[in-house]
Design a protein around this ligand. Structure first.
Ligand SMILES: C[S@@+](CC[C@H](N)C(=O)[O-])C[C@H]1O[C@@H](n2cnc3c(N)ncnc32)[C@H](O)[C@@H]1O
Length: 284
């Protein structure tokens, strides 16, 4: 049975609490794969530099902060003047308050807020230079709630600010139990309706992430990608007992991703890649 925003909220409430309770150090709270991180973080940093985004010295909002992956990214790589982490689960807000305590980032005014980005009355009281919303919009299957979320992004970004979202942008929608991945036409229409435009699309991670850039049934190309992905995960698990081998496997798989991405970069438009993409949106 495909999940709704409400079921997803219930899932993450429990997941983030369990994650926080089980952790002994901040480094124990992991969410993404190290292969994905090794590709997407440098790409994101390069785009922030190329597009002259105000990650340092600016006001940054991270929506759907979860276990704080992007809070760490911004604090470890930049010095935002203000950084607000927002999530609609109390589990996430508790985790963030515990693992990113007051004073942990002396240069940054850091705070966490229980926030539902689909709330039509949402008012965070200010606009931001940069809004990060990673792996959230596909968790909003309801059409009206999705449109509310996009409108809230527009409402809370400065005139010269930028919104960064992670999208797959297939040619046809893909519905799984957890996700409604909207097709590129629907996505672009919703963006335009809200008064936003796509500034850049940058593909990352072919095997280290769901192959949702490929539309069609699971026994087609997406199934083939899923098989490879599952084997990559088993390879990691099989070698987890030796730190050295784990490191080698991660480096090896990261290099495969990099080689594939750089081969494709000059030949295939990013939107056609089977991977997830960083999508940069600005007010029209
Ligand atoms: C897949 S996790 C992504 C976490 C993190 N952004 C990342 O990229 O690793 C999705 C997160 O979005 C949050 N979320 C989903 N719907 C939301 C909504 N309507 N408003 C705010 N947060 C939401 C969930 O609670 C969860 O923490």
């Amino acid at each position: 049975m495909p999940m709704t925003q409400q079921c997803i909220q219930k899932h993450y409430e429990g997941a983030w609490k369990a994650n926080s309770d089980a952790a002994k150090h901040l480094r124990d709270i992991t969410y993404s794969s190290p292969i994905e991180d090794a590709i997407v973080y440098p790409l994101y940093r390069r785009m922030i530099a190329d597009l002259r985004l105000k990650a340092t010295g600016g006001d940054v909002l991270d929506i759907g902060s979860g276990a704080g992956r992007w809070i760490r990214f911004f604090l470890e790589n930049f010095s935002p003047k203000k950084l607000v982490g927002a999530d609609y689960t109390q589990g996430s807000i508790d985790l963030l308050n515990k693992w990113f305590p007051t004073g942990c980032a002396p240069q940054t005014d850091l705070s966490f807020r229980l926030t539902d980005i689909t709330n039509p009355a949402l008012d965070l009281g200010q606009q931001f230079d940069l809004i990060n919303i990673a792996n959230v919009l596909f968790h909003i299957p309801e059409a009206d709630l999705f449109n509310n979320a996009i409108a809230n992004l527009k409402k809370h970004v400065k005139r010269d600010g930028m919104i960064v979202t992670t999208e797959y942008l297939p040619r046809a929608p893909v519905r799984t139990e957890w996700m409604l991945v909207r097709d590129r036409y629907h996505f672009e229409h919703a963006i335009k309706q809200a008064g936003l435009r796509i500034v850049a699309i940058k593909a990352f991670n072919i095997f280290a992430n769901d192959p949702m850039g490929i539309e069609g049934p699971d026994d087609g190309a997406r199934g083939d990608f899923n098989k490879v992905r599952a084997m990559i995960r088993s390879l990691g698990a099989a070698n987890a007992s030796s730190e050295e081998t784990t490191r080698f496997v991660i480096t090896f798989l990261t290099e495969i991703e990099k080689a594939l991405l750089s081969f494709c970069a000059d030949r295939i438009p990013d939107i056609e890649m089977p991977s997830q993409k960083l999508v940069f949106l600005a007010p029209v």
